[in-house]
Design a binder for this molecule. Sequence first.
Ligand SMILES: NC(=O)c1ccc[n+]([C@@H]2O[C@H](COP(=O)([O-])OP(=O)(O)OC[C@H]3O[C@@H](n4cnc5c(N)ncnc54)[C@H](OP(=O)(O)O)[C@@H]3O)[C@@H](O)[C@H]2O)c1
Length: 313
Amino acid sequence: MQYRQLGQTDLMVSRICFGCWQLSPRFWGDVAVEPWEAAVRKALDVGVNFIDTADAYGDGAAEAALGNLLASEGLRDRFILATKFLWNFEGPVRYPDTSYDYILRACEASLKRLRTDRIDLYQMHRFDQLTRPEEVGAALCRLKQEGKIRWIGVSNLNVEQMRMYQRHVAIDCLQPPYSLLARDVEQHELPYCLAGRIGVIAYSPLFRGLLTGKYAPGHVFTDSRQNVKYFQGAAFKRISAAVASLKPLAEEHGLTLAQLAVRWVLTHPALTSAIVGIKHPGHIEGIVAAAEDMLPAADWHHMADTLLKARNE
Ligand SMILES: NC(=O)c1ccc[n+]([C@@H]2O[C@H](COP(=O)([O-])OP(=O)(O)OC[C@H]3O[C@@H](n4cnc5c(N)ncnc54)[C@H](OP(=O)(O)O)[C@@H]3O)[C@@H](O)[C@H]2O)c1
């Protein structure tokens, strides 16, 4: 496994990050916890030291499952833990809330569920236009001063939005969507982070599994993927065929299609790590080879062009 410094922090993170969104029944249905726990242990065996979760995943359930496992098996200090805040789910209706008081409460609740005294990377999940950036900055600075959070990240923000917060608090990391099928951040956000030495941890590098090439046309998705346009009809067929056409290239590199897709993401110079969504040990074991090397430029462009064509046809 290769490791990278996360931005200008003192964190040396594995290039594969273990994503915990899969423990959100709202999106992924009922994912069995035992294989998921085995996957967390397997992550350590294969050199993955970085876990990404969020308070909103299962409204606390993902953080609690992770906290209980790490605490009961004495594994907390072997991982760099990233979590997120934004959604206030204290009452019956969930809503975005980045007010000063709520951020302090959300952090306390995450620390409790994660059964830890510090969060290594605390990330704002999305932009919240209803709260002034200075208020968000003040809360995060206070949490950092108190030692409850070590470093600060944002997710799903564009450059203009990042700049708004950077006037009030140092941002160490951006978590954007990035894959062969989601390349918007190449234009502004990735160059901005590269120039400013801000870490980048990309989510959905497999486009929720679509880039693994493992679903045959006609496959019926029973989770939230059934509502995503690339998983439907003609687009699904075209993209599946484009992914399948990359098989010889994957074989040339001694990789599976899933590994090739993640290696494509990691080859971008702005990238620190790719966050892969994991349900069982086979997922984590099956992806680590992606991080062993980078792709030659010609292969990177060939893959980009192949998927761009399939997407736009
Ligand atoms: N900040 C945000 O707003 C945000 C949004 C989304 C995700 N995230 C983070 O990013 C993580 C990853 O994103 P994601 O779950 O959307 O997408 P992903 O990593 O692109 O795809 C995950 C899916 O790919 C399949 N998979 C995983 N490893 C595999 C392997 N080795 N071989 C074959 N298939 C494999 C699994 O699908 P099957 O279940 O079909 O096997 C898995 O559910 C999340 O867990 C979360 O931590 C953040």
